[in-house]
Design a protein around this ligand. Structure first.
Ligand code: ATP
Length: 250
């Protein structure tokens, strides 16, 4: 176990009530999209990237988004993550309608509720693995305290990089770098962890390690994980697979 999946209810509930509370928490989707529509360009050059997409992402599950190139996967992920705005429709994360937030509020919301992992790891080369993992905490403007260090150490342990913390990214394998990047993305306990082709730069053994840890993150930390991938082998690690085609979920 690397953590408790259902949050422990407080206030002395009887076990049946506590089970109901846990069930409710996990039945509320971590994120929802309703009638999400997005086009690029105009006139003859107009391209439909999303055509009225509806989606609920269940909490604590690992969901893969697959589909042919140009089918709208990245656009969907960017709209869900508040990195891009749909032309119409709504995205709700942790009960907040992203459309109700101004730019500054959206930036803060993303920092507090959403974690990202990219194909190219995006670690800072001059920082050690440990400093990279703690970076999101520093960006909040708070001093790194014992609790933050303990969380970073716990995540490093869970992701199998605890013995690499003093090393810089160039001294780590690709798989280790990606696992450091996952620990960093999880530091502030986001509601959603988005992974964009996280194994695209890895050989099959390193990819398997990263996918195994993403799966554990969902199942043992109760973390909602969404991964865009072209790789059917990677998608097999997911609990649910969403297939996109021609800007729709099929
Ligand atoms: N910034 C943009 N400007 C113009 N068209 C765009 C832009 N971004 C995406 N598109 C178009 O929108 C459609 C969906 O693109 P998207 O990147 O979401 O697909 P994808 O499934 O992620 O593709 P890939 O697997 O190749 O990354 C494509 O036709 C793409 O060309």
């Amino acid at each position: 176990m690397i953590g408790q999946r259902p949050p422990a209810p407080r206030g002395g509930l009887h076990s049946a009530e506590a089970a109901d509370v846990r069930k409710d928490v996990f039945q509320t989707p971590a994120a929802s999209a309703r009638a999400l529509t997005k086009t690029f360009g105009r006139g003859e050059a107009k391209v439909h990237a999303l055509r009225s997409v509806d989606l609920d992402l269940p909490r604590g599950r690992f969901t893969a988004i697959m589909g042919p190139s140009g089918s709208g996967k990245s656009t969907l992920m960017h709209c869900l993550a508040g990195l891009d705005q749909a032309d119409s429709g709504a995205v709700t994360i942790a009960g907040t309608d992203l459309g109700s937030l101004d730019d500054d509020e959206l930036t803060i919301f993303r920092r507090e509720h959403i974690g990202f992992v990219f194909q190219s790891f995006n670690l800072l080369p001059m920082l050690t693995a440990s400093q990279n993992i703690l970076l999101p905490f520093e960006l909040t403007g708070c001093r790194i305290d014992e609790a933050a260090r303990a969380r970073a150490a716990h995540l490093a342990e869970a992701l199998g990089v605890a013995n690499r913390l003093a090393h810089r990214p160039a001294e780590l394998s690709g798989g280790q770098q990606q696992r450091v990047a996952i620990a960093r993305a999880l530091l502030l306990s986001p509601d959603l962890l988005f992974a964009d082709e996280p194994t695209g730069n890895l050989d099959s053994a390193a990819a398997a390690g990263v996918l195994h840890h993403l799966r554990r993150t969902a199942h043992e930390l109760g973390q909602t994980v969404v991964m865009v991938t072209h790789d059917p082998v990677a998608a097999k690690y997911a609990d649910d697979v969403i297939i996109m085609q021609d800007a729709r979920i099929v």
